[in-house]
Design a protein around this ligand. Structure first.
Ligand code: DX5
Ligand code: ZN
Length: 217
């Protein structure tokens, strides 16, 4: 099965967002990854609801919204209204994760849980059957263009085994530092969704890079 490819518009040219979205529309990308940062949960501020609404007006692919914010439950409905199809919240920001996951699903979105690099996959044991996606951070969240953390491979294997044991159907999405070198071993370890920011948008031919990621064998 070909992986799901989700370019992260964090690395795009915000002054030309419409043409960046149109490039993604014309590519083999499957989802558009949208990184929301609040300057509290992570040491950076990215974009908010009006930008997501603007992206949605041009997007022909589902918006995969990654909330790097504290108290994400306060904004889940607003991001759904802005156009999100998939909403991921961080486990580290969610003392009532089960409740938040139910909220995300009750409004008709797919529910994702994001995991920082230091958070063991074992923390997902009692929620894995309730969610659609795990967004596994392979860098520390907050910035694009960082170096991929090698330990991620082991975490992906453990997580895929946990999902199989549970008989669940859950995407494993890798977020941070993805490129053509680590993509294949990540897929072999059990990942099936690749987020890519800088690797796509700093390329001279982003459509071609997306096509290469999509067709890794
Ligand atoms: C990091 C974000 C990532 C980031 C990935 O906090 O969650 O989605 O945009 O960018 P690259 O692929 O450049 O590491
Ligand atoms: Zn992200």
């Amino acid at each position: 099965m070909n992986p799901v490819i989700a370019p992260s518009i964090l690395a795009s040219d915000f002054a030309n967002l419409e043409s960046e979205i149109k490039m993604i529309n014309q590519s083999q990308a499957d989802w558009i990854h949208v990184d929301i940062m609040d300057g509290v949960f992570v040491p950076n501020i990215s974009m908010g609801l009006p930008v997501v609404q603007a992206v949605k007006r041009h997007a022909k692919k589902p918006l995969d919204v990654h909330l790097m914010i504290v108290q994400p439950e306060r904004y889940v409905e607003a991001f759904k209204e802005a156009g999100a199809e998939i909403i991921s919240v961080h486990i580290e920001a969610s003392p009532h994760l089960h409740r938040t996951v139910q909220l995300v699903k009750s409004i008709g979105c797919k529910a994702g849980v994001a995991l920082n690099p230091h958070t063991p996959v074992s923390q997902l044991e009692d929620i894995i059957g309730d969610i659609d996606l795990v967004c596994m951070m392979s860098v520390n969240p907050g910035f694009g263009g960082q170096k991929f953390i090698e330990r991620t491979y082991d975490k992906v294997k453990k997580l895929r085994a946990m999902i199989d044991r549970a008989g669940a159907k859950v995407h494993i999405e890798i977020d941070g530092g993805v490129n053509l070198q680590n993509a294949k071993p990540l897929l072999d370890a059990g990942a099936d969704v690749l987020v890519a920011g800088n690797f796509v948008f700093s390329a001279s031919d982003p459509v071609d890079v997306i096509q290469k990621l999509k067709n890794i064998k």
